[in-house]
Design a protein around this ligand. Structure first.
Ligand code: ARG
Ligand code: ZN
Ligand code: CA
Length: 243
């Protein structure tokens, strides 16, 4: 209500090995990336091509590390069915999920970097899961996903953003200022990469909601910013986070 949104972040670390018990420095490096990426302070923001300079956004949402909760486990991988969020399944229940963003850090397995719950779901499972090898920029963070952009992407989902290609060929991400994409892009695409969808637009492959490597994604759009703002606005599904 008073303007600036600051999201307290609870980091839930589930570890079997010493490496999985990531350092506070690695956790803080992820909070720092979120603060940069959501406030147009990322050092690669100036790489956004001129064609998109009119729509590149300063989202204006900040994050602060609230607490770190650590738990030793015997599980070597947690999958994507929310077991890490449930103490009865060996995980950690979320802390104050209607006022704090819960982030679980564990080994997911299956080549999954992270996953998120969209707004409107059960508060018992609300939050974002990031594999410890793809969290932050130091410690166990692993190239080409070692710049903290997995959490930027997943927090985008948590704030109601869809994949930029709309999860189907030339699909709709419900954002007017992002171009049509044929499908997901990977790696670090050369610019310009033309879509073959209606109008053959240049794809916004540098958007956080594509699937490129961390070094190749560095912007949200104004339309994405509006969609995220609506989540925290009066009547929005995460209005309980607004101060
Ligand atoms: N949900 C995606 C996955 O697990 C995350 C993609 C994140 N991309 C990135 N460059 N970090 O595959
Ligand atoms: Zn995604
Ligand atoms: Ca679009």
């Amino acid at each position: 209500v008073n303007g600036k949104i600051v999201i307290p972040v609870v980091v839930n670390v589930l570890y079997r090995t010493a490496a999985e018990n990531i350092s506070l420095a690695q956790i803080q490096s992820q909070i720092d990336v979120l603060n940069k990426d959501f406030n147009a302070l990322n050092s690669d923001f100036n790489q956004v091509p001129a064609a998109f300079s009119g729509v590149k956004a300063n989202v204006g949402i900040s994050f602060e590390l609230d607490q770190v909760i650590r738990k030793s486990t015997t599980k070597s991988s947690w999958g994507t069915r929310d077991a890490m969020k449930k103490s009865k399944q060996g995980g950690i229940n979320p802390t104050s999920p209607t006022t704090k963003l819960n982030l679980w850090v564990c080994t997911i397995g299956g080549g999954i970097l992270g996953y998120a719950q969209f707004p409107g779901g059960s508060s018992a499972t609300d939050g974002v899961v990031i594999d410890s090898k793809y969290l932050g920029t130091t410690g166990t963070a692993t190239y080409p996903f070692n710049l903290g952009r997995t959490a930027t992407h997943e927090v985008g989902h948590w704030m109601n953003l869809r994949h930029i290609w709309g999860d189907t060929t030339c699909g709709n991400d419900q954002v007017a200022d992002t171009p049509l994409h044929n499908t997901a892009n990977y790696g670090a695409p050369a610019y310009p990469h033309y879509s073959t969808c209606t109008g053959t637009p240049i794809e916004m492959t540098m958007n956080y909601m594509d699937y490129t490597d961390d070094r190749a994604m560095y912007m949200f759009s104004e339309g994405q910013k509006s969609r995220m703002a609506a989540v925290f606005a009066s009547g929005g599904p995460r209005n309980s986070f607004a101060q």
